[in-house]
Design a protein around this ligand. Sequence first.
Ligand SMILES: *[C@@H]1O[C@H](CO)[C@@H](O)[C@H](O)[C@H]1NC(C)=O
Ligand SMILES: *[C@@H]1O[C@H](CO)[C@@H](O)[C@H](O)[C@H]1NC(C)=O
Length: 248
Amino acid sequence: MTLTESVYLSALAAFLVSGVAAQTAPQYGQCGGMGWTGATICPANWSCIVTNEWYSQCLPGSATTTTVATTTVATSTVGTGSTTASSTSTASGGSATLDPGYSFVRSVEAPTFHQYLESQVLGTASPAVVGDYTNAAQYQVVNGQLIQNAGGTSLYAVVQPPANSTVKKLGVSWSRTPDTLGSFVFSGDSLEWSSPTVPRQQTNAWLVCPSGSAQLLPDINLGAYDYMTPAGCSDTTLNAYTGATAVP
Ligand SMILES: *[C@@H]1O[C@H](CO)[C@@H](O)[C@H](O)[C@H]1NC(C)=O
Ligand SMILES: *[C@@H]1O[C@H](CO)[C@@H](O)[C@H](O)[C@H]1NC(C)=O
C-alpha cells in the first residue's frame, strides 16, 4: 500500500467512524476550497490549511480550529497562532483575509514565484513592488484602473510614460489619482495593460527588477516576454489569486 493509499484509507476510516463527517473533516482530509461543500472543520489539534484556492487540507497542528468553507471564509490566524502552529506550515500565517470582489496579485515565475503585488510603503502612494505574502494588498480592476484597497481608500496603479521610443520598461507606482496612459484588465487571471499610445508586443509581459533597497519593482515590459530581458531583471506574469489569504 502506498503512502497515498494509506492516507486515503485512514481518512476514509475516520470519515466512516466519526459519523459527523458533515461537520468535521478527517485527518488529512479536504476541508475547503472553491466549490467544496463538505466538512470544513478539522479534528481537535488539527488545522485547516489553505493549499490553493481549490483545496484546503486538515494537517496536524493546533492553532485554532479553523473554518475554511469557501474562498470568502479565511484562516484568519494572523497573530493568534501558537508556536506549534507556526512550525506546522507557512500557510497557517498568511495575509489579511481577502475582501469579497477583490484579488491578490502575484508573480508566478522564479525568482519571484508567489511574491505579491504591494506598495513599497505599505498601503500608501509609493512605488509598486512585489514582496512578501504577509504584506499582500488586494485589488480590483474597474474601468481599466487597477485599484488597490488600501484600508478603505483607493490607490490607482499609474504607469510611468516612456521618455522616448528606446525605453523598454515602464515603472508602476500607486497614486490617489487614476492612470491616464492606458488600461488594465484581468484576462483570465492574468493582469494585462495596454495603451493606445504605447505599443507593446505582449500585454501580459512583466519584468521584476531590483531597486536600491532590495525591493523588486514590477515593470511593464514593452518588449517580448523572455526576450532581451534587461540586465538584473527577470520575466514574469502577474496573476490574480483569490485564496482566502495570501500564501507563499
Ligand atoms: C490537544 O492538545 C492539547 C495540548 O497539547 C492536549 O492537552 C489535548 O489533549 C489535545 N487534544 C487531542 C484531542 O488530542
Ligand atoms: C531615452 O530615455 C531614457 C530614459 O529616460 C534615457 O536614459 C535615454 O538616454 C533616452 N534615449 C534617447 C535616445 O533619448
